[in-house]
Design a protein around this ligand. Structure first.
Ligand SMILES: [Zn+2]
Ligand SMILES: [Zn+2]
Length: 274
């Protein structure tokens, strides 16, 4: 029971950190925070993502590349470029490392206005910190596992963050439905979004990358959106005004326009909105 509660808590805190900090805050600047809260959520992300914590700076650079070049050879993680999800995962890891160490030349807009906490990332993303986390997970499972079956959860506990990312990036470009006819293969994964806190309304997100609400239809409930609204009410975050948002969107040029559905080869947009 302890293991199951630990696993569920780890699952939701980790995906929340990814969508809130690395994705919506760092990559898309959908809202702002003061220095204290920014650092609070860095530490929160490190604790919840553990061995697979990702630097918000490097994540943001790589993720903007995905939006700008989705499903082209320049996309760091497109199912169209890889024969299986493990190959895509490995390529994502390589691209993330290259972005982290600045070993790859990227467009200026991908680095524009990304948060950075270098010494914290140097520790949180270090090999030694990862080894400590893995030892902790193994010890935790040994101590609390009441059945050998529970050890099946251990690899996911260790690889929590990439496990989430690959599910959204693989299936969110493969199965599901589309609200918008875009020139990439992005889809929405409702009703499975209950496991992803808004992250899997991926087609909606490609259309409006800096929107704080990732769902557009009434049933596409984005739990993180409501958490952000609550945080804004109590002063933890500030929502970007529409003028700032438009300028940001224009500078990054990541929002996608709707294309004529007949131009989409083999992709049938269902219930296309516009
Ligand atoms: Zn995508
Ligand atoms: Zn995004």
């Amino acid at each position: 029971m302890v293991i199951v509660i630990f696993f569920i808590a780890q699952w939701y805190f980790s995906i929340f950190s990814q969508t809130f900090l690395q994705h919506r805050y760092a990559a898309h600047r959908s809202f702002t925070m003061n220095r204290f809260w920014e650092r609070f959520f860095y530490v929160f992300a490190w604790i919840s993502q553990g061995a697979t914590y990702m630097s918000p700076r490097a994540y943001a650079v790589m993720h903007r590349m995905h939006h700008a070049y989705a499903d082209t050879p320049k996309d760091p993680h497109s199912p169209s470029n890889h024969k299986n999800m493990f190959a895509m995962m490995e390529n994502t890891r390589k691209m993330y490392t290259a972005c982290y160490w600045d070993n790859i030349e990227v467009e200026k807009r991908f680095k524009k206005d990304v948060p950075d906490w270098p010494w914290f990332d140097a520790w949180a993303d270090s090999r030694i910190a990862k080894v400590i986390w893995v030892l902790f997970y193994v010890a935790f499972y040994i101590f609390f596992a009441t059945s050998p079956w529970l050890y099946l959860l251990l690899p996911i506990s260790i690889l929590m963050n990439p496990a989430h990312a690959v599910m959204v990036n693989w299936f969110g470009h493969k199965i599901g439905y589309r609200n918008y006819a875009l020139k990439n293969t992005s889809t929405n994964l409702y009703p499975f979004d209950i496991f992803f806190l808004g992250e899997s309304y991926h087609n909606d997100h490609h259309r409006n990358p800096s929107s704080i609400n990732m769902g557009v239809r009434w049933f596409e409930i984005d739990i993180t959106y409501y958490i952000i609204l609550f945080f804004s009410k109590i002063g933890i975050v500030k929502l970007a005004g529409s003028k700032a948002k438009n300028e940001h969107e224009r500078d990054l040029d990541l929002a996608e326009s709707i294309v004529n559905p007949v131009l989409l080869k083999g992709l049938k947009p269902e219930k296309v909105i516009a």
